[in-house]
Design a protein around this ligand. Structure first.
Ligand code: ZN
Length: 363
């Protein structure tokens, strides 16, 4: 059983002190997953902001209220984004500009974020419809998505034009506490977590979240990517190197104990998805789009469908690259996947992946 440190969460604009020198606050998100957790770490002459919120209307005013009421008159002296997704980087440029503060990020996240935040409709080319067709989308969908094509520029303030690079194993000394950078992959290219052995606290970003499973997705930008393999490797690495009794401060849901149980659950969850997909491809070849209901039973709307198909594609790439599914490009332009092991239906497997079926998909 996971154990949660709080029964509730701070209201927008309020803070909870999680441990000495570590404040927890929340910013709203305009989707089913309606919040992101941010953390403030106290240094001697100011605060480090860990993640920033998305650039939508209330966020700037909420930040101003935090500056006025919760920082003891000290400035934000550094901004760190765990990864490039807009709920984590949306206000980084604004914060760094307002306080003339440096921006910390890994190289992989910084340049990915810079690229996606500057992508616009003029960057649309043949590779996007080809990828969508291969997943099984029809021409109507492809045309509609062309009209929506673009990066996440509208929900992010321009990213800082310089950064300080975080690398795996590097140490940041904040206040009198050393925080070690621990890199995770799979949800994003080079996600930075921070671990303090003195506090036994992990700032886990989207790499470990207690109630929802992070989106592990392939997109048209890298159709042959294998993020699920990287995700498994990262979770195993965290299991081997971080203590079970670590207090985990995630970017969504609430702070919790039970790190190893959660890591094992996440590994099992995706392994069950892999088995289910193999089973669904025994009798006839199927497309990624046809296989989405194997992983997600609920109806998916416009925002969630690309995340769900991307996650399905991540599992298919993993199985295909391990040689467990064959992949054929057919005359209609679709990839169809077929199980290599035809004895699969005889395998009786307990599946528990339906347990968190209703949780919102992660951004
Ligand atoms: Zn994310």
């Amino acid at each position: 059983m996971l154990r949660y440190l709080f029964d509730d969460a701070p209201e927008p604009g309020e803070v909870y002190e999680v441990c000495p020198g570590v404040l927890w606050l929340r910013m709203p998100l305009p989707m089913a997953l309606d919040h992101i957790n941010l953390y403030l770490l106290r240094d001697e002459d100011g605060w480090w902001a860990i993640d920033t919120g998305i650039a939508i209307d209330p966020t700037e005013a909420l930040w101003e209220s935090v500056f006025d009421r919760h920082l003891d008159g000290l400035p934000i002296k550094a901004v760190l984004s765990t990864h490039y997704h807009p709920d984590h980087t949306g206000m980084a440029g604004w914060l760094c500009e307002r306080f003339q503060a440096p921006f910390y990020m890994t190289q992989g996240e910084y340049f990915t974020g810079l690229a996606f935040s500057r992508t616009s409709s003029e960057h649309y080319n043949w590779s996007v419809p080809q990828y969508q067709r291969r997943m099984g989308f029809d021409e109507d969908y492809i045309q509609q998505s062309k009209e929506r094509f673009g990066g996440f520029g509208p929900v992010i303030r321009p990213m800082p034009t310089s950064f300080r690079r975080l690398t795996d194993g590097a140490t940041l000394c904040i206040g009198k506490t050393n925080w070690q950078v621990v890199i995770g992959r799979g949800h994003s290219p080079e996600h930075a977590c921070l671990y303090s052995s003195a506090l036994n606290v992990l700032l886990s970003g989207d790499q470990v979240i207690p109630r929802i499973t992070s989106n592990i997705s392939v997109s048209e930008a890298e159709p042959e990517a294998n993020p699920l393999r990287e995700w498994f490797h990262s979770l195993e690495h965290f299991l081997e190197t971080l203590p079970d009794d670590t207090l985990v401060l995630p970017a969504h849901n609430t702070p919790f104990y039970g790190l190893h149980e959660r890591l094992r659950f996440l590994i099992d969850h995706h392994e069950d998805h892999l088995i289910a997909l193999e089973e669904a491809c025994v009798e006839q070849g199927r497309t990624a789009l046809e296989l989405v209901p194997v992983l997600f039973k609920r109806k998916l709307d416009g925002h969630n469908l690309p995340l769900a198909v991307g996650e399905c594609q991540a599992h298919l790439n993993y199985l295909h690259q391990r040689g467990q599914l064959s992949r054929t490009l057919e005359n209609d332009g679709c990839y169809r996947y077929l199980s290599v092991d035809s004895t699969l239906p005889q395998r009786l497997r307990k599946r528990h992946y339906e347990a968190d079926d209703d949780s919102p998909l992660q951004v």
